[in-house]
Design a protein around this ligand. Structure first.
Ligand code: IPD
Ligand code: CA
Ligand code: CA
Length: 293
């Protein structure tokens, strides 16, 4: 009983001061840490798991008609959740494959995880996929990391501190004209039930320099943050696809809204994110005009 009380007290102190707590060789260690470093290290480790299994004959199951999950998604998510439970045991978790943790109602902190974004690419050996981890505090995303293990690229952002790619500051592009913009989008898994979505694709293709469709929304958003893409629109995304990428773009000077131009409230929906429109800010109005065509 007393031991339990002491443990609770230590956990509360650790949470209050954002200390790492670990239990090793009968001792309790509290270490000052940076949540962003923790997220980066964990994403890197999870990325290692994806690379280890890439190209092997993996068990693949279908969540929907064309929506897959592989052993690698599950192994990556398991590692990430284990790390969070060990260092931040009172934090809640919302992860794609296992859903919301029990602590979800009680904790101010929530990790939002996509252990493998781009599963279809991964299952085909197409090297465009990533790990996405974000941390929400009292309903606001405070940090996000997107790690692409095939290119060893770590995108990271913390509210008020800018965005980085492999520790170098990044900014969105300065393309001013939609006509000169390289855009990106993705197709939701229920695309077969949404025949009208091709209208936007066609309109953007006719009004921009080019449109790409790479199959990893989190990575696409990170590419907007570093200026490789000038803008992106997409519907049917879930919160774990968007949470990390959105803060990367905001902290890199870009704009993140819904299709009507209203700020995106990522945390309110538990799972489904609103339709997402992101850009370098300069072409945002022009993109909205295309969506109204
Ligand atoms: C998918 C990818 C894809 C997007 C889908 C997502 P998953 O995530 O991000 O680019 O178009 O809507 O569900 O299933 O590979 O984690
Ligand atoms: Ca995803
Ligand atoms: Ca996924």
């Amino acid at each position: 009983m007393i031991i339990q009380l002491m443990l609770n007290l230590i956990r509360a102190v650790a949470e209050r001061w954002q200390l790492e707590i670990s239990f090793r060789s009968n001792t309790i260690q509290l270490r000052g840490t940076n949540l962003l470093n923790f997220a980066m290290q964990t994403a890197r480790e999870a990325g290692g798991i994806l690379i280890d299994r890439l190209g092997r004959a993996l068990q693949v199951s279908n969540k929907g008609d064309i929506d897959l999950v592989t052993e690698a998604d599950l192994a990556s998510e398991k590692l990430i959740i284990e790390r969070i439970k060990s260092y931040y045991p009172r934090h809640a978790v919302l992860a794609e494959e296992s859903g919301a943790s029990d602590a979800s109602e009680k904790s101010e902190w929530k990790w939002i995880i996509d252990p493998l974004d781009g599963t279809t690419n991964y299952a085909h050996g197409y090297p465009c996929f990533c790990v996405s981890i974000a941390l929400e505090h009292n309903g606001k995303i405070e940090l996000g990391v997107v790690y692409c293990p095939t290119r060893d690229e770590m995108f990271a952002a913390e509210r008020g501190r800018g965005s980085t790619l492999n520790e170098r500051q990044i900014r969105v592009s300065n393309t001013e004209e939609l006509n000169a913009a390289l855009l990106c989008t993705g197709f939701p898994y229920n695309v077969r039930e949404r025949p009208n979505f091709t209208r936007d694709f066609e309109n953007f293709t006719m009004n921009s320099q080019a449109v790409r469709r790479d199959g990893s929304a989190a990575l696409d958003l990170a590419y907007v943050a570093c200026g490789r893409f000038d803008g992106l629109w997409e519907e049917g995304l879930k919160v774990w696809d968007v949470a990390a990428g959105a803060i990367l773009i905001e902290e890199a000077g870009g704009t993140v809204t819904n299709f009507q131009g209203a700020p995106l409230d990522i945390c309110t929906p538990q799972v489904y994110a609103p339709k997402v429109l992101v850009s370098n800010g300069l072409i945002h109005d022009a993109m909205m005009r295309v969506l109204r065509m």
